[in-house]
Design a protein around this ligand. Structure first.
Ligand SMILES: [Mg+2]
Length: 274
């Protein structure tokens, strides 16, 4: 049986950039009793708390269950783990186990490249931004372009580039301007720029090491598993992957995975009467 369930977040566990539903939260809590659970995404740590951890707390997750949750932040270039100090939940008990940030020069070069490419192609939508929002965000281990900013509505985001054609053009231009970086399409309006190798392969390789498991013991769920997508590196690594269109597919798959895990446990448990 698999030991680790690893998940992309945006459009795999949630509607992009929003907290997970009660249904997904309840399923993940059940998963924590049987598996190590490892979300891995380009997002920042605070978004992992808002979108996943706080929702699990709303649905009654225990501290003990949280010790089986492993947060692979910024494509797994940062890893956070929960170390309970008492029965009470304390957000400060999330500890960073490792971190591999970009250098300031790399951040600057990527930022300029993304802006220039988007400007040239007419996809620089600065006039549509909410106050205080930004298109390009330094996420420490990667720089992320979000065409309409972080705060744009989900509908507007889905409508902006549903076939990924705009982002493919931006990526092609960035590759000409600064070929030393990799550019991955993710979420609904995003492009993640990274140093080659600092993608989900980096994160998954460290996950194998940190959780002391083999590739075969991981089941991965993602929505961008096609070549060029930000989940594709995981497929290339040879990790078993389930491609989903959205969190409804993930819920469907998890009910199956849990049915098997819980059934096995019942069979293996010693019978009280014997
Ligand atoms: Mg995704």
């Amino acid at each position: 049986m698999k030991k680790v369930l690893a998940f992309d977040i945006d459009q795999t566990l949630n509607v992009a950039k929003t907290p997970i539903t009660d249904e997904i939260a309840d399923l993940l809590i059940r998963c924590l009793d049987h598996f190590e659970v490892a979300p891995i995404s380009g997002q920042k740590f605070d978004q992992f708390l808002i979108q996943i951890v706080n929702r699990l707390r709303d649905r009654g997750v225990t501290n003990k269950q949280l010790t089986h949750l492993h947060l692979f932040v910024a494509q797994g270039t940062q890893y956070y783990k929960y170390f309970p100090t008492s029965d009470m939940y304390d957000e400060n008990n999330w500890q960073q186990v490792y971190n591999y940030p970009l250098t300031p020069d790399q951040v600057l070069k990527i930022t300029k490249t993304l802006e220039q490419a988007a400007q040239e192609l007419g996809y620089w939508e600065a006039d549509k931004l909410a106050e205080g929002d930004q298109i390009i965000e330094n996420r420490l281990s990667q720089v992320t372009f979000s065409a309409l900013g972080q705060m744009a509505g989900t509908e507007a985001k889905y409508a902006w580039d549903p076939d990924t054609e705009k982002r493919k053009k931006i990526v092609a231009r960035c590759k000409e301007l600064a070929p030393e970086f990799d550019y991955e399409i993710g979420g609904t309006t995003s492009i993640n720029a990274i140093v080659p190798g600092m993608n989900k392969v980096f994160g998954m390789t460290h996950l194998l090491e940190e959780l002391a498991v083999q590739k075969e013991e991981i089941q991965y769920f993602g929505d961008m598993t096609q070549p060029g997508g930000n989940d594709y590196p995981v497929v290339e690594m040879g990790i078993d992957t389930i491609t989903v269109h959205d969190h409804h597919d993930t819920a469907f798959a998890l009910r199956g995975v849990l049915a098997i895990a819980e059934n096995l446990e019942t069979k293996e448990a010693p019978k009280a009467e014997e």
